[in-house]
Design a protein around this ligand. Structure first.
Ligand code: SAM
Ligand code: SF4
Length: 334
């Protein structure tokens, strides 16, 4: 066994990697039209990291200088024994920030557990306030349950709640202002994410793409927006709504490439370490975890070496009508 170098994870472009996004399942109770096809096939259980393996992996990443973890999926809160995982995570001292991305459907049941597990921030995906359109976009989702989840999280005292909205042209882009007003009412932040060409889904991405610049213009006509330098450690650029606590974030992989400040890597539910959401470079960690049950060094070494192949940037192209990356967002972890 060896001690890893204390410099931590630094890639070939001198970016320090201190943020891990961990997908703990590829399964989900929704089938959002921009994320999944309607006949999604999910991984057999033995091809998914166990929760014990996931926890071990987080400890290994923190030994290499990772201090922030986002738990994601698929839908992380549909994973069985999720409480066990969060309890374990909360005990990792070097992990300074635990955050979660969820569709909110199970949040009402888990909000208290998440609060006591020192989860700092929850991002809740919400693409429509209209129950019928919400169902159409998520294919299976129930807006009432998500609303219950949001209210429960507020009751638990989470002050760092954020909505994530993927706007699609002529589908839900007309709701941008209403969604911001909803966020203001709930004293939450909201981020608009440009749709990314990940996985082969039922529509042409080009047809539904709407640029965040266009959304910003629309919002500026209604709200007094002040640009800020605020960062939550992710790729969003934020604007403060004057006289409100709500900030509006824009995650714009197409119109504003954010790769030069990239500080993160992703691990899929089958233990693939993806160096970039929009590229194919990866290292398989599951075989190493299963081969070296009592020795972390081979896994640490593989992660350290992976820094050499972290790409400089993603390369999304809406024109080709083909996904830039074959895997779905739910596979890599959003
Ligand atoms: N199920 C959880 C949820 O929906 O919040 C977590 C996983 S989901 C993959 C994470 C985020 O990715 C969500 O906010 C979702 O809207 C976003 N997302 C999924 N597919 C996307 C795509 N093709 N382009 C942009 N955002 C996408
Ligand atoms: Fe599920 Fe989240 Fe993908 Fe929607 S965006 S299908 S909720 S994983």
């Amino acid at each position: 066994m060896q001690n890893p170098p204390s410099l931590g994870l630094i890639d070939q472009f001198h970016r320090k990697i201190n943020y891990l996004r961990l997908s703990i399942t590829d399964r989900c109770d929704f089938r959002c039209v921009y994320c999944m096809s309607d006949d999604m096939q999910f991984l057999p259980r033995d091809e998914v990291l166990s929760l014990e393996e996931s926890l071990r992996l987080v400890k290994i990443f923190t030994s290499l200088g990772v201090t922030k973890l986002r738990v994601t999926g698929g839908e992380p809160l549909v994973r069985k024994n999720i409480t066990w995982l969060f309890e374990g995570l909360s005990q990792i001292e070097d992990l300074k920030e635990i955050v979660l991305t969820t569709n909110g459907s199970q949040l009402a049941h888990h909000a208290h557990m998440l609060k006591t597990s020192r989860v700092k921030r929850i991002n809740i995906s919400l693409d429509s306030l209209d129950p019928i359109l919400f169902k159409k976009i998520t294919r299976t989702g129930d807006l009432d349950k998500v609303m219950l989840g949001i209210n429960e999280a507020i009751k638990e005292g989470f002050s760092n709640l954020k909505l994530n909205t993927v706007l699609m042209k002529d589908v839900n882009d007309h709701e941008a202002i209403d969604l911001v007003n909803f966020a203001i009412n709930k004293k939450m932040d909201i981020s608009f994410i440009e749709e990314m060409p990940l996985g082969d889904i039922g529509h042409k991405r080009k047809d539904t793409f709407i640029s965040n610049d266009e959304v910003l213009k629309k919002l500026q006509a209604h709200f007094n927006l002040i640009p800020t330098t605020f960062t939550s450690g992710g790729p969003a650029r934020y604007w403060q709504i004057a006289n409100q606590s709500t900030k509006i974030g824009f995650i714009s992989p197409h119109s504003h490439n954010f790769c030069d400040t990239c500080n993160r890597v992703r691990v899929s539910s089958k233990g693939e370490l993806f160096l970039c959401l929009g590229q194919e470079e990866k290292i398989e960690l599951m075989p190493l975890l299963r081969q070296h049950l009592d020795d972390d060094w081979p896994i640490q070494k593989a992660i350290l070496e992976s820094m050499r192949i972290k790409p400089e940037s993603h390369d999304f192209n809406l024109e080709t009508n083909k996904p830039s990356v074959i895997r779905f967002m739910s596979h890599t972890g959003g």
